[in-house]
Design a protein. Sequence first.
Length: 84
Amino acid sequence: MNAERIRCCVPFCGRTFSREKVGFPREIICGKHFRAIGPRTKQQYRGINRKLKKWPDDERLFRLHDLNWRRAKRQAIEAAAGLI
Ligand SMILES: [Zn+2]
C-alpha cells in the first residue's frame, strides 16, 4: 500500500507503475506507448540499459541514457498526439 506510483510520461495516459518494479529511472513509458517509439531509439534504449546494469556508475552511459530517454519520450508523446 505504501508503494509509490510512477505515471506513464505520456500526457493523459494515466497508467502507473510501482516504483519498486521500475527501479532506477524516475520516469516511465508504458508498454503501449513504448511501441510507438522509433525502432532505432528503442534499440538504443535497450542497449544502453543493458550496459547500465553492468556499469551503473558510468557517467558517460548515464548521459547517453538521458539523451536517449528524452528522444524516446518525445517520440512517444508525438505519436500519442497523432503528430507522426
Ligand atoms: Zn502510456
